[in-house]
Write a protein that binds this ligand. Structure first.
Ligand code: UDP
Ligand code: MG
Length: 148
């Protein structure tokens, strides 16, 4: 049995503006994830730049920061066995046109930038991204002992 793990997700401004919060959370809960933290946040440009700092040199960076600050996002922490990889699978590929049918990005994304949701890409980045949005005291305690 693999380890219980946590990952950080975002519902991006495009999906929030379309009223998709409930539908997306419903799919996540239906897929067996436990939501252990949740908040609505309006990112500042500085926060969006820091969150996506790995992409600082990419041609899409300025546009991405503009998009991510265009309206509120919902940040959440998910808990499940193998949560990082399982939530990436539930989201689908970055480009909704290439995402597998039934994935969140195929269902709700508009294009490679406005792709509805974010998910951490590794356990290390999950820890960094969870700490970016949440203090430990804001998260539900794990139901089973966790190895960190
Ligand atoms: N993005 C973009 N153009 C691209 C690639 C990515 O606008 O060609 C945006 C998109 O919103 C994506 C985010 O930048 O979700 C981060 O890119 P990454 O390659 O990390 O994709 P992800 O991990 O979100 O699938
Ligand atoms: Mg990424």
């Amino acid at each position: 049995m693999s380890q219980i793990e946590r990952t950080l997700g975002l519902i991006k401004p495009d999906a929030m503006a379309q009223g998709l919060l409930g539908k997306i959370l419903d799919q996540i809960i239906g897929a067996g994830f436990r939501i252990v933290g949740l908040k609505l946040v309006k990112l500042t440009p500085e926060q969006a730049e820091a969150f996506y700092s790995v992409h600082r040199e990419k041609p899409f960076f300025r546009s991405l920061v503009e998009f991510m600050t265009s309206g509120p996002v919902v940040a959440f922490v998910l808990e499940k066995e193998n949560a990082v990889a399982e939530y990436r699978a539930l989201m689908g590929a970055t480009d909704p046109a290439k995402a597998a049918p039934g994935t969140l990005r195929a269902l709700f994304g508009q294009n490679v930038e406005r792709n509805a949701v974010h998910g951490s890409d590794s356990p290390d980045n999950a820890r960094r991204e969870i700490a970016f949005f949440f203090a430990e005291a804001e998260l539900l305690p794990a139901p089973t002992p966790m190895v960190v």
